[in-house]
Design a protein around this ligand. Structure first.
Ligand SMILES: CC(C)(COP(=O)(O)OP(=O)(O)OC[C@H]1O[C@@H](n2cnc3c(N)ncnc32)[C@H](O)[C@@H]1OP(=O)(O)O)[C@@H](O)C(=O)NCCC(=O)NCCS
Length: 260
């Protein structure tokens, strides 16, 4: 680490300790709530002595981390994505995709049967690695690798395109021969995760020919909103999501947990 980086780090640590002090003066908390460092703004959000007007101003913060801190304080924030380390379900576990997953993704997305109704993917693993590298710095989407309990990769799913309180999900693929409960369990985990982030609706498009998939979504309560020659577009309401989470709860007999 360079001296410059080291002194920046120690300055952040020093301010962090000050912000975590419940006796910090309001003026200091107000100043730090405008810091360039999200970790410091998050610490202001978490400090139980931070006055309400500072917390309310932080509701407009662009950082998903800061908003997640506000949610921990009971504030209702606009929904944004975060990338948890893992979401643990019953037979499945989601983990954030990394460049180590490039070869798996390429193999899955270029599989003749699986790729029929998804956008075309190059079979160049290096290109996929570059995409994943860029993805790691992108807060506008979350790309999960779906693993089974043996930690074998069995699929992918992606949440993206925030439109107010609605999120889009797709890039949903399971390996050939996947256990038949994986589709429902993975959809349940997507919705539980998204509702926990504050989303209240979802939208997505499915190719007209992808009948089993649009049937799946319709059974979950999604309603067709428009159609083109190629695609059907759907939206699913909070009420329908909640009903399906309840209806299919036997697929998550012990609930789920999220590791941040
Ligand atoms: C999308 C994808 C992950 C869905 O998985 P899937 O296993 O095909 O999902 P299915 O609709 O067959 O559902 C799996 C099982 O759950 C059952 N099921 C699905 N929805 C159900 C419901 N609402 N109630 C009860 N059972 C249900 C199905 O009948 C099926 O059971 P079976 O295996 O005994 O026939 C998978 O088809 C895939 O990888 N497709 C290729 C990529 C793709 O097109 N992705 C979508 C892009 S929009």
């Amino acid at each position: 680490m360079t001296n410059e980086a080291e002194s920046k780090d120690s300055a952040i640590n020093r301010i962090f300790r000050e912000v975590n002090d419940n006796n910090s003066p309001k003026e200091l908390l107000a100043t730090i709530s405008k810091s360039d460092e999200e970790i410091l703004r998050g610490a202001v959000a978490l400090n139980s002595s931070t006055p309400a007007d500072i917390l309310e101003a932080l509701l407009n913060d662009s950082s998903s981390y800061v908003l997640s801190c506000l949610r921990k304080r009971g504030y209702k924030t606009r929904p944004v994505f975060n990338k948890p380390k893992a979401i643990i379900g019953h037979k499945l576990l989601f983990k954030d995709a990394t460049i180590d997953d490039a070869a798996f993704i390429v193999e899955l997305r270029t599989n003749e049967k699986k790729s029929m109704y998804i956008s075309k993917t190059s079979n160049d693993v290096k290109q996929q690695e570059a995409w994943l590298e860029k993805y790691s710095k992108d807060c506008e989407q979350v790309y999960f690798i779906i693993l089974n309990k043996e930690r074998e990769r069995v699929g992918t799913v992606r949440l993206y395109d925030i439109q107010g309180d609605s999120f889009c999900w797709g890039s949903w693929l399971l390996i050939e021969g996947a256990t038949s409960s994986y589709a429902i369990e993975s959809a349940l985990l997507v919705y539980h995760f998204a509702l926990g982030l504050g989303f209240e609706r979802a939208h997505f498009s499915v190719r007209r020919g992808n009948e089993s998939v649009w049937n799946f979504h319709e059974r979950f309560g999604a309603l067709k909103t428009s159609e083109t020659n190629e695609d059907y577009s759907y939206s699913i309401s909070l009420e329908a999501i909640q009903q399906s989470l309840k209806k299919y709860s036997k697929y998550l007999p012990n609930g789920f947990s999220i590791e941040d």
